[in-house]
Design a protein around this ligand. Structure first.
Ligand code: ADP
Length: 409
């Protein structure tokens, strides 16, 4: 068994720097778990504590049934791949790959050679075995570094931003390759990245960190569709979730939000929200794919002005402004984190549109458009706590079916 358990793990660096704060997480045997978060959120520190490269200040890390806090790295049965690949420059690829095996096993030279060649074949680097690292491209070095980890057949793989030094195209290719390898080898994996897209595409589950604290853990689909707070809502997904400010009004016949956007909600949704929060103003979160843009006013539409239209190929991205929009900064409490800086300053809203559905001349004229919001996919956040208080997905039959399907996955 090579599950990994973090039990209230804390790391304080010299100078009272709290890098990881009571982190709890269980990673299943064979699971691919990604730690994602902005720079400085504690991802590498967590990984290095599993590897034994960093002392654990408080709490326990278990690998399988063993508490590894005090075990030296070489006795932990882990293999780590670093961002800079950490290959020995004076050794050939073959020797680089064999190095760990020679040091940590009693295998004969023939057995080691056989394993190195088998792994090289798996990684598609057979022809490189007698080269030195300086003759290899970035992608090839990355493969060698991964091969060197795989050849040891460890209980756990630890990856620290292994694709950051590659160009965009190769990075996408290597993502798929690493994912395929991990599925083939079924080895418990912790993968660290600051890139939410990488996290979304590769992982069984994603753990999102901010300031050393776990924000949410779940499948890519869960964290995208059911963000538990404003930080996760805006960190996961690109372009990020729009946030509108509106007031809950329960005085009329039907409850509704009034403000940046004006939408009716069901009595049940209003109850759910009121049961969890006594705020008046809320942040309404809507992803760019859940806004429909019209050229003329339709029932319940919100007027907006076109800023720019960015062609993305299969979609265009429309940037728009609201007349008298309320900035998120004006209503959120100081301690509430949102996922992307750009969203906190100059408010800019985004919606996906079909190419050509809005005349191009619009962007030059500050033209007026009309938006309707798919409220089935609307999230409501309390600006005092940052918490998602309606878990928007609960409202619809569709979403309920999806949850049921997920639960039985
Ligand atoms: P991430 O991997 O998410 O970028 P890190 O784990 O590297 O984050 O860092 C988490 C926090 O700990 C940061 O505030 C960082 O400055 C601090 N930190 C990391 N390493 C050290 C160190 N050796 N000494 C002091 N502070 C450190």
């Amino acid at each position: 068994m090579s599950r990994i358990l973090f039990d209230s793990v804390t790391k304080v660096y010299e100078g009272d720097i709290l890098a990881v704060d009571e982190f709890d997480l269980e990673i299943e045997d064979g699971e691919f778990l990604t730690l994602v978060g902005p720079s400085g959120s504690g991802k590498s520190t967590l990984l290095r504590m599993v590897a034994g490269l960093e002392e654990i200040t408080d709490g326990e890390v278990h690998i399988g049934d063993t508490v590894v806090n005090w075990l030296p790295p070489r006795n932990r049965d882990i293999a780590m791949v670093f961002q800079n690949y950490a290959l020995y420059p004076h050794l050939k690829v073959r020797e680089n790959m064999a190095f760990g095996l020679k040091r940590s096993t009693n295998l004969s030279a023939e057995e080691i050679n056989a394993r190195v060649e088998e792994t090289a074949e798996l990684m598609g680097i057979e022809e490189l075995l007698d080269q030195k690292p300086k003759h290899l491209s970035g992608g090839q070095r990355q493969r060698v570094a991964t091969g060197r980890a795989i050849v040891r057949n460890p209980a756990v793989f630890l990856f620290d931003e292994p694709l950051s030094n590659l160009d965009a195209k190769l990075r996408k290719h290597m993502r798929t390759e690493l994912q395929r390898l991990q599925q083939e080898l079924v080895t418990t994996t912790i993968y660290v990245t600051h890139d939410q897209e990488e996290a979304m595409t590769m992982s069984d589950r994603i753990a999102i960190l901010n300031h050393g604290e776990l924000q949410q853990v779940g499948s890519p689909r869960e964290v995208y569709n059911k963000p538990e707070n404003t930080f996760v809502a805006q960190f996961i997904g690109s372009p990020s979730m729009n946030m509108f400010v509106s007031e809950l009004d329960r005085t009329g016949e039907r409850p509704r939000f009034r403000g940046d956007v004006d939408v009716e909600i069901s009595e049940r949704e209003a109850e759910t929200i009121a049961a969890q929060s006594d705020a008046d103003q809320f942040l309404l979160g809507i992803r760019p794919e859940h806004i429909e843009v019209h050229e003329t006013a339709v029932e319940g539409s919100v007027p907006a002005t076109v800023d720019i239209i960015e062609p993305l190929g299969s979609n265009d991205l429309l940037y728009f402004d609201l007349e008298d929009g309320t900035g998120v900064d004006d209503v959120v409490a100081d301690h509430v984190e949102i996922g992307e800086d750009e969203q906190s300053d100059e408010e800019e809203y985004k919606a996906f549109i079909l190419p050509g559905s809005i005349p191009n001349s619009y962007e030059r004229n500050d033209e007026r458009v009309y938006l309707t919001l798919d409220t089935d996919h609307m999230h409501v956040f309390d600006p005092e706590t940052g918490e998602n208080v309606n878990k928007g997905w609960m409202a619809t039959a569709d979403a309920q079916a999806e949850s049921a399907a997920e639960a039985s996955d």
